[in-house]
Design a protein around this ligand. Structure first.
Ligand SMILES: Cc1cc2nc3c(=O)[nH]c(=O)nc-3n(C[C@H](O)[C@H](O)[C@H](O)COP(=O)(O)OP(=O)(O)OC[C@H]3O[C@@H](n4cnc5c(N)ncnc54)[C@H](O)[C@@H]3O)c2cc1C
Length: 384
């Protein structure tokens, strides 16, 4: 062990370094510590500095046939299930974890896909109700019925949303309460591979932390970081934009997914919103900085206002912009790398929905060394 290294171990337990302070890293670290591992979570800046700090975080498995594999659907359902358990265990989460449903509608005249999604969800037993515009207020408040097309909308009563910053704060408290360590401000951390296996992580300052297993939960950076070891993880990560209003009195409770904007309430009474079309207008400069046009933010606020009861005037308090991790085939990438023993990855779309279940299953695999059947469809090796 070099002189500049620190030992992070008790000889009897499994030593794990988790790289990345987003919801997947913190969730897995908390589960590892709970199982008795010696865990250190190391991240470049603050917790939730990446996608987890600017996420819509709709908890769902909405979709029609072919949208995702049945294994992925099942994992998402388990993800929502674990949030319900979490809500029971942490009653104070009621302000930042809500199961107030999701309301989704298609552009006028374009309901064929929507009908098919509805039929599929009903067949799968995924709670879904088809509502016409006059019925919506009976199920969920705060929506302008005039915005809903003649064909109606789908309400999914079992869906919800979570504020990931608050969730991560709680999981970080759980982690440290069970003996885990958190190192923020470590700069760009890399994995040390010696003798063909992962043996340590190295902070930007050169400090090495020797462990038995490393989990890379660095969000959008995962595919690039594993390339060094000849591992390909296909990547379809786009740039995403999330706009937040100041606190306001909104009666909205559900997550609204509408053709031009998705919007939900937040714990402080503000609204957060996004859309693919708005994100598509963000300019990424060669130096990696982003340019967001005022007209994009104003357009998104306008779209949100038009779907809310009373069409309130909305302003932006802040926005977050940056990569939204999405694997090339859209399905999660979770598990160990065959090419580098001791190195695990967590790289997924819908990481809000999956955070608790993915953390639990990854921690099981890392601690027991036994591959979990629920992760078999999501192995990193599938990209060959
Ligand atoms: C606009 C938007 C809307 C979304 N909507 C939904 C939704 O409705 N439902 C849903 O389920 N999911 C949604 N998601 C996705 C979800 O938020 C993400 O999947 C999840 O937050 C990813 O968490 P993560 O921990 O993998 O990555 P991140 O949160 O990005 O965390 C990775 C961390 O690693 C750090 N890091 C990176 N490289 C290094 C390095 N070399 N060394 C040290 N640290 C490093 C980063 O700074 C960051 O803190 C949305 C995301 C966005 C952006």
């Amino acid at each position: 062990m070099p002189a500049s290294s620190v030992s992070f171990s008790s000889p009897s337990s499994h030593r794990v370094a988790v790289v990345g302070g987003g919801v997947l890293g913190v969730s897995t670290a908390a589960q590892l510590a709970r199982r008795g591992a010696d865990v250190v979570l190391v991240t470049d800046s603050e917790l939730t500095a990446g996608a987890s700090g600017r996420s819509l975080s709709w908890l769902n498995s909405f979709g029609g046939p072919g949208v995702r594999s049945s294994a992925y659907h099942e994992l998402r359902l388990l993800g929502i299930d674990r949030y319900r358990t979490f809500a029971h265990r942490v009653p104070s989460s009621s302000g930042y974890l809500r199961f107030d449903g999701g309301l989704t509608w298609a552009p006028p005249g374009d309901t064929e896909q929507h009908r098919s999604a509805f039929a599929h969800m009903r067949r799968c037993g995924y709670d879904a109700v088809w509502l016409n515009r006059d019925e919506v207020a009976d199920w969920t408040p705060g929506v302008d019925p005039a915005a809903i097309p003649d064909e109606g909308a789908i309400f999914n009563p079992g869906e919800g949303w979570v504020d990931l910053t608050a969730l991560v704060r709680q999981l970080a408290t759980d982690l440290t309460a069970t003996g885990g360590r958190i190192v923020t401000g470590a700069g760009t951390v890399s994995v040390v591979v010696e003798g063909g296996r992962a043996t340590a992580v190295r902070t930007a300052a050169g400090e090495r932390i020797y462990v038995d297993t490393v989990l890379l939960a660095t969000g959008a950076a995962v595919p690039r970081m594993v390339q060094e070891y000849g591992v390909t993880i296909e990547d379809a990560t786009p740039v995403a934009l999330l706009v937040r209003t100041p606190p306001m009195s909104t009666t909205l409770r559900a997550v609204l997914n509408t053709p031009r904007v998705a919007v939900r309430p937040a714990p402080d009474g503000s609204l957060v919103m996004d859309s693919d079309a708005a994100a598509d207008t963000v300019i990424t400069h060669p130096d990696g900085t982003y340019e967001v046009k005022d007209s994009t933010v104003e357009g998104l606020l306008h779209e949100a206002s038009s779907v809310l009861a009373g069409n309130p005037e909305l302003t932006a308090a802040s926005y977050g912009v940056g990569p939204k991790p999405i694997p090339g085939d859209g399905e999660p990438v979770l598990g160990g790398l065959e090419e580098v023993p001791g190195l695990f990855v967590a790289f997924t779309h819908s990481g809000a929905t999956l955070a608790l279940i993915a953390g639990e299953l990854l921690a099981d695999e890392i601690i027991t060394g036994v591959r979990h059947p629920l992760l078999s469809a999501f192995r990193p090796g599938r990209f060959g």
